[in-house]
Write a protein that binds this ligand. Sequence first.
Ligand code: MG
Length: 264
Amino acid sequence: MIIRKSPAEIEEIGRAGEIVAGCLSLMRENSRPGVTTAELDRTAERFIREKGAVPTFKGYRGFPASICASPNDMVVHGIPGDYSLVEGDILSVDVGVTLNGWVADAAITVAVGEVDSRAKRLMDVTRESLARAIGRCRAGLHLGDVSAAVQEHVERNGFSVVRTLVGHGIGRNMHEDPQIPNYGVPGEGPALEDGMVFAIEPMVNVGEHRVKVGKVNWAVSTADGSLSAHFEHTVALTAQGPKVLTAEAAANDRSNLDTASMLW
Ligand code: MG
């Protein structure tokens, strides 16, 4: 069952979302060669707790950290540790924040120093696919329209979408209905209504879509070792159109968003 939120509840999720966005900006600034993912995690946790919020991921099903930090061919769910960033890496950082019992969740992939043109293209296409999906978060459309927006843009650009991991509804809990695949058929799936709040999160591989899960830790990596990128926003469907609740402050004011250029 998809739980719809009132405008006041969406405002509450937005307050958590502002902390998520601030944390991701901090992660972007700090992702430099020589910095370890454990250091990034400590910085993130301190930031979140200083805001009076709780890092949602920490302790979630036993996850030991406040962020997921997934370099290069790692898709998602990397546990921060002693991996030291290297010039030319890409790093996906995912963070969830709980404030006053409401959760927001977002992710970015950042370039560490100068990265090659294929990595740049992968990040651009993934970010654009998220923006297109957000543009379809409107009452009257269907969930399949959101999913298809990601898939169409990614595949048109020669990359592939991960199939086994999906986005999700969000609110009182980090994972609520519906599941939001990054592939689908326009017009299919649940009808979209105002008050729904989604965490939409394209995970895009340069090579094939298959992934493998680490035996010891949580990390999910591409099966073929190719690069992967991940962008995610928490988005509310409102009478005024889609409202991004986790947008980094410098880029916009959380008003209506239709295009990639307005998102970051
Ligand atoms: Mg998520």
